[in-house]
Design a binder for this molecule. Structure first.
Ligand SMILES: Nc1ncnc2c1ncn2[C@@H]1O[C@H](COP(=O)(O)OP(=O)(O)OP(=O)(O)O)[C@@H](O)[C@H]1O
Length: 228
């Protein structure tokens, strides 16, 4: 079963007199339950790819299918509904809401999607337990360490059982011990929840430890390697 299909994806920007191709024609497929690292030098197009897959940005041409559906064929409002329901995000900066505690932050996308508060609360508790923060659910972001904040962001990203979990440098702001914990957590989530995960990382060790690596250069796929 294919979770993600990317076909001839291009993203171009007009810069001064010229055109910059952030993505210059990228195609690949990801099967359900795969965990894939996206690697490449700065400026190679990794974040652009992730943002388009997350429907935060639209392509200049080409298409993406997520679970067989093209999110950009929907009207604006339903693109954001699609995003909230089907795509989980973890960014380098966790974007937790400072005035809400860990449990409330985790619940937020579920409440926005209109699921019952009771169910969302129960699920958020299970997810916080899964990321090792059962004892921290009443803590506000300012009362959590950087690694703990990022673990709340991971729990939050999973609240609506996303088809696709996208992570952009999720350990970029963390020291090596916390980063290892976050890396292990992604692998654990992939195994236990069968989530399809695409993670942009500069961390060579983490990328090498994942079963597949898509490497970008100048907006093109340089290599797409699978560990045997
Ligand atoms: N809004 C924009 N206007 C013009 N050029 C842009 C814009 N956004 C991105 N770019 C360019 O597109 C290219 C790809 O950028 P992107 O952010 O996808 O790279 P990246 O691989 O994620 O880099 P990094 O590892 O530094 O985050 C870069 O050359 C960047 O300068």
């Amino acid at each position: 079963m294919i979770a993600v299909q990317v076909e001839s994806l291009r993203k171009s920007y007009q810069v001064g007199e010229g055109v910059l191709n952030a993505l210059a024609g990228v195609s690949f497929k990801i099967h359900k339950g795969e965990v894939v690292a996206v690697v490449g030098e700065s400026g190679s197009g990794k974040s652009t790819l992730l943002h388009i897959l997350g429907t935060l940005d639209s392509p200049t041409s080409g298409k993406i299918l997520i679970d067989g559906k093209n999110p950009f064929e929907k009207k604006d409002k339903s693109v954001s509904t699609f995003r909230n329901l089907h795509i989980g995000f973890v960014f380098q900066h966790n974007n937790l809401l400072p005035e809400f505690n860990a449990l409330e932050n985790t619940m937020m996308p579920g409440l926005i999607a209109g699921f019952s508060e009771k169910k969302v609360r129960e699920k958020a508790k299970v997810l916080l337990d899964k990321v090792g923060l059962a004892k921290r659910e009443s803590h506000f972001p300012s009362q959590l360490s950087g690694g703990e904040q990022q673990r709340v962001a991971i729990a939050r990203s999973l609240i609506n059982d996303p088809i696709l979990l996208l992570a952009d440098e999720p350990s970029g702001n963390l020291d090596s011990k916390n980063a290892s914990h976050i890396h292990a957590l992604f692998k654990e989530i992939n195994l236990s929840l069968k989530s399809t995960v695409l993670v942009v990382t500069h961390n060579k060790e983490f990328a090498a430890s994942l079963p597949r690596r898509i490497s970008l250069r100048d907006g093109l796929i340089l290599s797409d390697e699978q560990s045997s």
